[in-house]
Design a protein. Sequence first.
Length: 138
Amino acid sequence: MEIREFQVSDTEPVIALWEECGLTRSWNDPARDIQRRLQVPDSLFLVALKEGKIIASVMGGYDGHRGWMNYLGVAVVHQRSGVAATLIKELESRLERLGCAKVNLQIRTDNIEVQQFYSSLGYSNDAVISMGKRLIPD
């Protein structure tokens, strides 16, 4: 497996992956999310490839205070094979090199299986409430 930074030519395969994984929502246009992410140049939007085909992605970010992890998706046929853990470890390593002390992520409350996965990697539930406000409708 190869891990590399996202390239613009990865857009359609990554969106297809996100759709396969159930990560897309009607209120978030994935193409616009990618365009917005590419406005912040860094090495934190990663894809994993096997035999030249994208099998996983994670969109990381760092604001100088906290790291963030979004859109972690692994092709169904490759799930439970260590791909996600490997991709997360690479993102964590890159964040740590930037001086990031903590990484955050959000999981939908009904997604118990994913909560258990992150717990197995050392993540824990923070005593916070996640709030948001849409500034630009998609």
